[in-house]
Design a protein around this ligand. Structure first.
Ligand SMILES: C[S@@+](CC[C@H](N)C(=O)[O-])C[C@H]1O[C@@H](n2cnc3c(N)ncnc32)[C@H](O)[C@@H]1O
Length: 232
């Protein structure tokens, strides 16, 4: 399959996967998440961190879109959901639409985004520090600030837009700030495996890597997660 013939989702969109999606795709339990400070990068419009805090956990979300005012961000989130839905409609073999033409994930993502937006607006008003505007591959945190960093649907997903050097620098930066890093999925948005994965693992000196098979939460075929931690 050439890159031109693949159906790629287009410019990076702001999606809003659910807390349950995160548990499945990163193969983590609630109990594991409660054990330490968690970084969600990119957090997008996911309810994940708000829901984790509601359960007694601690989390910080990072995304460049957090510099936007709440109303503008809300518009971008809606536009992202429309972009994703129209793209999914072109691939009936990967995605499920009901008899009314509604993509199964669209209402779920909308609810997740509502939870996120309420929490994000509180952060803007009260300065909770739960949401930080920043861009990989540079994060505004000291070394080893987090027990776990989860990173979904940016690295590998947009391999057509970010080169290998960006991927390597971004993973190294996540490993600098977190004791363990989980990345999902390991394919680009067309479903094609990230072709530089072996090279990336070889370039990560002193890091242990495991690839887990997990439930694909958006496309069942997107079912791999990479777990990285310093070698003991
Ligand atoms: C597809 S969303 C994923 C959001 C969330 N993890 C989820 O699964 O719903 C990708 C996010 O990456 C953010 N993004 C784009 N470039 C980035 C960068 N260089 N560093 C961190 N986040 C970035 C976008 O703003 C967008 O919110």
């Amino acid at each position: 399959m050439t890159q031109e013939s693949r159906s790629l989702v287009g410019p990076v969109l702001i999606s809003s996967r659910t807390f349950g999606n995160y548990l499945d795709q990163f193969a983590v339990t609630e109990a594991e998440l409660l054990a330490g400070l968690v970084l969600d990068c990119p957090g997008g419009a996911s309810e994940f961190a708000a829901e984790l805090r509601a359960r007694g956990g601690r989390a910080v979300s990072v995304d460049p879109s957090y510099e936007l005012p709440v109303d503008t961000l809300a518009e971008r989130i809606d536009a992202g959901r429309t972009q994703a839905t129209e793209w999914a409609r072109t691939q009936p073999d990967r995605f499920f639409f009901d008899e009314n033409g509604v993509w199964e994930h669209s209402p779920v993502w909308e609810r997740s985004a509502r939870t996120f937006l309420a929490d994000f607006a509180r952060d803007k008003a009260e300065g909770t520090g739960h949401y930080r505007a920043a861009l990989l591959p540079e994060l505004p945190f000291a070394d080893d600030s987090f027990a776990l960093a989860v990173s979904g649907f940016l690295l590998f997903t947009y391999a057509d837009q970010f080169d290998y050097a960006f991927h390597l620098a971004a993973v190294r930066e996540l490993l600098r700030v977190a004791t363990e890093v989980r990345l999902h999925p390991l394919n680009d948005s067309s479903g094609a495996p990230y072709e530089d994965l072996e090279r990336l693992l070889a370039d990560l000196d002193g890091v242990s890597a495991r690839v887990l098979t997990v439930p694909g939460t958006t496309d069942p075929g997107e079912n791999q997660t990479l777990v990285l931690a310093p070698q003991l």
